[in-house]
Every structure is written in structure tokens, then in C-alpha cells.
Design a binder for this molecule. Structure first.
Ligand code: SF4
Length: 182
């Protein structure tokens, strides 16, 4: 079932200039694209990666395979009132990735593990745990609130494959956004 939530009183109404200034700091001098009508498609784990990296103040670099991580990160963080569509499979980040062939991710995490198999499992479990369905449209801020209410979903990620502190980064980001208090 597709879930579309558009609350009149956005939980991110408090997302003010101060937060946007933090984005400016995060991206350096690069100009933020603050608004766009374009609907971004995003895999749940990709959005969680973006949030984690922001919370960890990780520099957003060019992606090694040319994926649109930097561009999508900027758009996501610039306006958390933006509605995105959550998908399985190819999303806005994957579109320019050299590992994408015939709409199938060919990347390998290791000799025995295809990235698409790992990612598909993670996203299936995230969709289920957050009670969303592929195709669901939510404000980014609403998704962040959902994550904040269900922080145990971060345990879905395989700890052995985590190179950056996920829980710490996610909680730091949720605090920055005012979703949870300091
Ligand atoms: S195509 Fe694969 S490697 Fe490239 S961004 Fe998408 S999931 Fe990552």
C-alpha cells in the first residue's frame, strides 16, 4: 500500500535559516540548490547514509564511480520539507554511476557479495521495519522523524560492513535538524 503523508503543519517548520547556514558550512562555498520541483527517488539506505555522513561531518566528495551522491545530498539537506519517493533498485544517486548497467548495479562488495544483494536486503528490511512500501512519498523531515522513532532500524545494517559510526552520525544529524533534543 502506498503511503502518502503531507502534513499541513510540517514537523520541519522549525527548519530555519540557522540550519541552512549549517548546510552552507557543510558544503563549503558551493552554492546550495535550495528549491526544486523535481521529485527525487531515493533508496532508504542511501538517505540514511546521507544523514549519517552529515552527522559525522564527513566531507562530501566526488563519488568514485560517478554516482550523483554529492548533488542528491545537497538537494536533500537543503530542504527537508521536500517530498521524496522511496524506491527499491535504481534511484537518483545510481543514475550516473558507472556500475549501473542496463538498470542493474554490477558493483561487488567482495568476491562473494554483490552490492545489489546486500542493498536489496537492507532496503527490504528498512521498508518493512518503517512500515513503508516502495513508491511511498514522504517529506524528508517526516522520514527523519520515523527513523528517530525507530532507531533500532540502524541495526539492520551489517556491523562488519560499517566503516563509519552509523548510530553516532545519525543521532548527531537528528539533533542538528531539531528532531531530537540535545
Ligand atoms: S549503481 Fe550500485 S554502486 Fe552505483 S550508486 Fe547505485 S547502488 Fe551504489
Amino acid at each position: 500500500m502506498q503511503i502518502v503523508q503531507q502534513r499541513e503543519n510540517s514537523i520541519m517548520g522549525k527548519f530555519t535559516l540557522a540550519i541552512r547556514e549549517k548546510m552552507q558550512d557543510y558544503f563549503g562555498d558551493e552554492k546550495l540548490k535550495m528549491k526544486s520541483n523535481e521529485m527525487i527517488s531515493i533508496r532508504p539506505h542511501h538517505l540514511l547514509d546521507i544523514i549519517r555522513d552529515f552527522g559525522n561531518k564527513r566531507e562530501v566528495k566526488e563519488h568514485r564511480w560517478g554516482a550523483s551522491l554529492s548533488t542528491v545530498t545537497q538537494k536533500i539537506l537543503a530542504d527537508t520539507n521536500r517530498i521524496v519517493v522511496f524506491v527499491m533498485g535504481v534511484d537518483a544517486i545510481c543514475e550516473t554511476c558507472s556500475q549501473l548497467q542496463n538498470d542493474i548495479c554490477q558493483a561487488e562488495i567482495s568476491r562473494d557479495l554483490l552490492m545489489r544483494d546486500y542493498n536489496d536486503r537492507i532496503d527490504r528490511e528498512l521498508f518493512e521495519a518503517l512500515q513503508l512500501a516502495p513508491g511511498s512519498q514522504l517529506q524528508i523531515g517526516e522520514f527523519l522523524q520515523l527513523v528517530s522513532d525507530n532507531l533500532n532500524v540502524l541495526n539492520i545494517f551489517d556491523p562488519a560492513l560499517q566503516t563509519k559510526p552509523r548510530k553516532q552520525g545519525t543521532i548527531a544529524a537528528l539533533k542538528e535538524f531539531g528532531i531530537i533534543s540535545n
